[in-house]
Ligand binder design. Structure first.
Ligand code: PMP
Length: 424
């Protein structure tokens, strides 16, 4: 059924998918068309069930179809799916985010992570009156024009350096530097210091596999931006409300001026947000001159689902996610070591990724040098065993509170069998 749906899809949707990584180009084969998700499992159109480690690429931190999240969305839909006028839920969601995230005074809702980073950059440029931004190679911040340079995720999977259709003008103010490289950032500030509005980074790079910041690197980014009157924009679309109650900002003790949120904040619905210090956020229309808007921004259904999910994410939930990740990471590491397959699992909290390489990966170059063919073989071996991993070696893996220890153990046992076939 996936085969025939994919054939139909390819006729009417470019590549058969609405987002490139779904097409399995990084690993080969036909994407599975999903029909159902329940807890930690997904079932495809052919009736095959998999333990899921994609979890919609992060949002479903409580598992698929969590009953409370579903009920909240249904209730909200019944009373009105969209008004284009403010609602109580938006206030409560903003209050919840502000209460959780250190340093965030105000937030505004948008509908995707792409919009969140794009809008945060706009307000950062408006606030500083400067044009240039620094981004890191292999970091992905959505598909906004200015950010589609050496981006991670699907761009990395497909091996595209930059995208046609993005003008030189749109990326002309984007300076790309290697992640974890201090000299390159220092050199950029030496060359362009007074023109740099902000640095944007993923707090834990997780769109080129998972590549944590080196010790002291975040402190360095904070200090150098402050010294030059530039802002620090931390893209917590992946890490926000996942790594901890207050995201990477809390877990790693960051002091960003602006933060982008997405994924978990929307509970599996199209909702994202950006926020920061009041003096910066008050540059936004209608208070200030920086324009930003959206017909479906703060959509009541998405807000109800997201708020319900956030309220269920207490200290116990994070402890559980971390413990599940520990169990899976330890089990996978043992499986690869027993099979004599060089593998490097990198993590921060419950966010982790797998590289087939024998050296730690610290930047995009290292991520590209890993054995992605072997990842493809591992992926397909696991898929055949009923375990749905990200269909690309440049992506993170996601656990949810709905996964059980038995699920993890089943995945580890399958990984041991598949690892034994990977040695050659
Ligand atoms: N930033 C980061 C860190 C992301 O991981 C992503 C998506 N994977 C985005 C931004 C873009 O979010 P969206 O796909 O919702 O536009």
């Amino acid at each position: 059924m996936s085969e025939s749906l994919f054939a139909r899809a390819e006729a009417v949707i470019p590549g058969g998918v609405n987002s490139p990584v779904r097409a399995f180009r990084g690993v080969g084969g036909t994407p599975r068309f999903m029909a159902k998700g329940e807890g930690p499992r997904v079932t495809d159109e052919d009736g095959r069930t998999y333990i899921d480690y994609v979890m919609s690429w992060g949002p479903l931190i409580l598992g698929h179809s969590h009953p409370d999240v579903v009920a909240a969305a249904i209730d909200a839909t019944r009373t009105g799916s969209s008004y284009g006028a403010p609602t109580r839920g938006e206030v409560e969601l903003a209050e919840e985010i502000v209460a959780r995230i250190p340093g965030v005074d105000q937030v505004r809702c948008v509908s995707s992570g792409t919009e969140a980073t794009m809008s945060a950059i706009r307000v950062g440029r408006g606030f500083t009156g400067r044009d240039k931004i620094i981004k890191f190679a292999g970091h992905y911040h959505g598909h906004g024009d200015a950010l589609l340079v050496e981006a991670g995720s699907g761009v990395a999977t497909l091996g595209l350096p930059n995208s046609p259709g993005v003008t030189a003008g749109a990326t002309g103010d984007t300076i790309v530097v290697p992640w974890n490289d201090r000299d390159a950032v220092t050199a950029a500030f030496e060359a362009h210091g007074d023109d740099i509005a902000l640095i944007i980074c993923e707090p834990v790079a997780a769109n080129m596999g998972v590549v944590p910041a080196a010790d002291g690197y975040h402190r360095f980014l904070r200090d150098i931006t402050r010294d030059h009157g530039a802002l620090l924009l931390v893209d917590e679309v992946m890490t926000g409300f996942r790594l901890a109650r207050g995201g990477a900002t809390e877990l790693l003790g960051l002091e960003p001026d602006l933060i982008a949120f997405g994924k978990v904040v929307g509970g599996g619905f199209p909702l994202a947000a950006f926020g920061g210090r009041r003096e910066i956020m008050s540059q936004l229309a209608p208070v200030g001159p920086v324009y930003q808007a959206g017909t479906l921004s703060g959509n009541p259904v998405a807000v109800a689902a997201g708020l319900t999910q956030l309220r269920l994410l207490d200290a116990d939930a994070y402890a559980r996610l971390d413990a599940l990740a520990d169990r899976l990471i330890d089990g996978l590491a043992e499986a690869f070591s027993d099979a004599g397959v060089p593998a490097c699992i990198q993590r921060v909290g419950n966010l982790f990724g797998l590289f087939f390489t024998d050296t730690a990966v610290t930047d995009y170059e290292g991520a590209r040098a890993a054995d992605h063919d072997r990842y493809g073989r591992f992926f397909h071996g696991m898929l055949a065993e009923g375990h749905y991993l990200p269909p690309s070696g440049y992506e993170a893996m996601f656990v949810s509170t709905a996964h059980t220890e038995d699920d993890i153990d089943a995945t580890v046992a399958a990984a041991a069998r598949v690892a034994a076939t990977l040695a050659e």
